[in-house]
Structures are given as C-alpha cells and as structure tokens.
Design a protein. Structure first.
Length: 164
C-alpha cells in the first residue's frame, strides 16, 4: 500500500507539465503584444516624439525580460520537477539547461523582477509630471522592497550553500 501511495504522489509531478505548457502560451501572447506594439509605431516613426519612442523601447525591453523569465521558469521548472529534457548534446541546447536548481532559479527570478521593476520605474519617472507624488513614492518603495528582497534571498542562498 505504501509503494502505491508513493508512486501516486511521485506521478503527480506530471500535473505541472500542463502549467509549463501554459507558460509557453503566455510567451506566445507576449510575442504577439511585442510585435503589435512595434508594428503600431513603425508607420508613425517620424512623427513620434523622442520621449514616446523611448517609452515604447522600454516597454519592448520589459516584454523581452518577462519573456526570458518565462523561458527560464518553464525549462528549469520542468527539468527540476517533472522530467529531464531529452535533447541531443550536439543540438542547439541552452548551456544553463540542467544546471539551475531551485535556489539558483529563485535568485534569477528575483533579479529579473528587479530588472523589470527598474524599467517600469524608469518609465514612470519619464512621466513624473503627470503622476501624483504619493504614487511616485509608493512606486519607489515597492521597487526598493523588490531590491532588498532579492538581495536578502541572495545572501540567504549564499549562507545556506556554505553550510552544506
């Protein structure tokens, strides 16, 4: 009976596979949004102000960072919790694939969130005259919270790795 329960529990890891597949659909949605934004501005490129163009580029960078985060979580999460990817060694294999444990992944996700937050904060600062000071303060506080959290997670990871 114990073996049956253990095998059933172990098999439930496959419930994560559709979630990771769903992340690939989110990646597709981000790609569509990226190119929609790009195609929207290209016909008007000579009439768009420099500030609007910079804001658009920051939005595109933001989308690309989120897309990279999705790839990282999708592949390393699948490999860590579901099954190893059966890729040929000579194929176009990502060099970090199979090397990210959950601690490393957590730190990379935290660093990505800080980068995304930084870009969002920069976009907000570029529109600062149209935003209330109270809201600006909260954006900065939230961003600093992300930075401190990422820093603390990195320190904790370093301390726990040295202990083991």
């Amino acid at each position: 009976m114990e073996k049956i329960i253990e095998r059933a529990l172990y098999s439930t890891r496959w419930l994560l596979a559709p979630i990771y597949l769903g992340l690939s659909l989110a990646l597709l949605a981000l790609g569509i949004k990226f190119f929609t934004e790009l195609l929207h501005v290209l016909p008007n490129i000579f009439s768009v102000s420099e500030m609007d163009l910079v804001l658009l580029v920051l939005s595109l960078v933001d989308i690309s960072l989120v897309a990279g985060l999705i790839i990282m979580v999708m592949f390393s999460g699948y490999e860590n919790f579901v099954s190893q990817l059966d890729l040929d060694d000579n194929a176009d294999k990502l060099n970090w694939l199979g090397k990210l444990d959950t601690g490393s992944l957590k730190n990379k996700v935290a660093a990505s969130i800080v980068a995304i937050s930084s870009i969002h904060l920069l976009k907000i600062f570029m529109n600062a005259p149209q935003i209330d000071n109270d809201k600006l303060l909260w954006y900065v506080v939230i961003h600093i919270t992300f930075v401190l959290s990422a820093f603390a997670m990195g320190i904790l990871d370093k301390v726990t790795r040295h202990e083991h």
